[in-house]
Write a protein that binds this ligand. Structure first.
Ligand SMILES: [Zn+2]
Length: 135
């Protein structure tokens, strides 16, 4: 990976595989300007998994779309972004247990509600109301 600021070569000086999720966290440093930042490596689900929508259309699985819907449901919370990232990891981990390359959208929604319910019932109700028409 090149430096986001000057395009120079970089090095990884700390790397931690997650014990809970299929992902890796890395600290990187630019060899030229000395900038330091964090990267997280995830499975690219858009190339391995598809979503079957309620209109029977197939779409590439989008981690970002799931994350944004959870941020929306957590708007009332102070740490919404960080919490949404962790909840998204949990939901994806649970969905991957199904071992299906094509996941119906209702399965994603019901898994999301189960996870949100355990975390914050208000968030679960907000998510349900935002996705009521598609359940
Ligand atoms: Zn740099």
């Amino acid at each position: 990976m090149v430096c986001p600021f000057d395009g120079s070569d970089t090095r990884v000086y700390n790397s931690r595989p997650s014990k809970k999720y299929p992902e890796v966290w890395r600290r990187r440093e630019c060899k030229q300007c000395g900038s330091v930042w964090t990267t997280r490596e995830y499975i690219d689900l858009s190339t391995s998994h598809r979503v079957l929508t309620r209109h029977k259309r197939l779409q590439a699985f989008s981690r970002d779309k799931l994350l944004l819907s959870i941020i929306e449901a957590l708007k009332h919370r102070e740490q919404a972004l960080q919490e949404a990232i962790e909840l998204t990891d949990t939901i994806i981990k649970n969905l991957l247990r199904l071992s299906e390359a094509t996941i119906p959208s209702y399965a994603i929604k019901s898994e999301t509600i189960i996870v949100l319910e355990r975390f914050d019932t208000t968030a679960a109700r907000v998510y349900e109301s935002l996705h009521a028409s598609s359940l």
